[in-house]
Design a protein. Structure first.
Length: 92
């Protein structure tokens, strides 16, 4: 099984960012059995990375592998939408 790799773009160390990271990690652990890497990118600290990935809306989650690359942004707390859009098999 290919390892999934993700980048989550947030803006600042806010409570909602922490909650989003926690919820997203919970979803990914449950669905992918820890077979993933999640990189957190704070656009305030790393604007060049956000520019390189053409990030216009925060939060944005990018799945870079396995291919195809997929981006999802906005409400990232809906597990079914995340799994469906990013082509992650739903174990439920």
């Amino acid at each position: 099984m290919n390892k999934y790799t993700f980048k989550l773009f947030i803006s600042g160390e806010k409570e909602e960012s922490s909650l989003l990271i926690e919820k997203l990690e919970e979803i990914l652990k449950k669905q992918l059995n820890n077979n993933f890497e999640l990189r957190i990118v704070d656009i305030l600290k790393n604007p060049a990375i956000a520019e390189e990935d053409k990030i216009l809306i925060i939060p944005t989650l990018i799945k870079s592998s396995p291919l195809p690359v997929k981006k999802i942004f906005g409400d990232l707390l809906n597990e079914k939408i995340i799994l469906s859009y990013l082509d992650i098999p739903d174990k439920n």
